[in-house]
Design a protein around this ligand. Structure first.
Ligand code: TMP
Ligand code: MG
Ligand code: ZN
Length: 197
């Protein structure tokens, strides 16, 4: 049976670091493989936190994934009988990834993508606003603020234990060595103007 034409859509899983995005992506992928659907999983090459061709959650879950350099590589690598395309760390792709996800969904493929909605400054991360607007389904996960124990929507970057500056580079691959989950109140960005522009 060809399920393609009815199913194509985009599902986004977003939230701060340590909110369980990759774990949720892997859960959805595993569920599909149990139903014997053909799944291909991708991750941006940029994320070199872990060795090998796998996506890894902070809690230790992992799954095989094909590292790709750009959005067009995803398109090239998708095989004709693939039903589900899953992409982790999608915030690291450029805006072209939106065109690719939509093309795949139009073809009948289910696109599952996980990524950070906000960078360490608390501002929208790369193509995420576009993808979240175009997706049929958006799941926003929260972590727990390490300072106050409330729900965490933000990611605090710490450089030698101090909040990173607003002008620091957006991309800095890392885990609990340089990041922690925090709520809006406890999230600090050095040098950010407090007033809206
Ligand atoms: P995670 O969402 O799976 O925890 O991974 C997020 C990755 O993104 C991690 O390698 C740290 C990186 N990162 C940045 O490069 N810039 C940022 O502003 C933030 C918050 C994370
Ligand atoms: Mg992750
Ligand atoms: Zn807090």
């Amino acid at each position: 049976m060809h399920r393609h034409s009815q199913t194509g859509h985009i599902e986004i899983i977003c939230g701060s670091m340590f909110s369980g995005k990759t774990e949720e992506l892997i859960r959805r992928v595993k569920r599909a493989t149990i139903a014997r659907m053909k799944v291909q999983v991708f991750k941006p090459m940029l994320d070199n936190r872990y060795e090998g061709e796998r996506i890894n959650s902070h809690s230790g879950f992992n799954f095989v994934a094909q590292p790709v350099v750009s959005a067009v590589d995803v398109l090239r690598a998708v095989e004709p009988d693939t039903e589900i395309v899953a992409i982790d760390e999608i915030q690291f792709f450029d805006w072209e990834i939106s065109g690719v996800c939509n093309l795949l969904a139009d073809r009948g493929i289910v696109v599952l993508a996980a990524g950070l909605d906000l960078d360490f400054r608390g501002e929208p991360f790369g193509p995420m606003p576009l993808l979240m607007a175009q997706a049929e389904q958006v799941t926003k996960l929260s972590a727990i603020c390490v300072v106050c124990g409330g729900p965490a929507s933000r990611t605090q970057r710490l450089i030698n234990g101090s909040p990173a500056s607003y002008t620091d580079p957006i991309i800095l691959v890392g885990a609990s060595d340089s990041y922690e989950a925090r709520c809006r109140k406890c999230h600090v960005v050095a040098g950010r103007s407090e007033k809206p522009e």
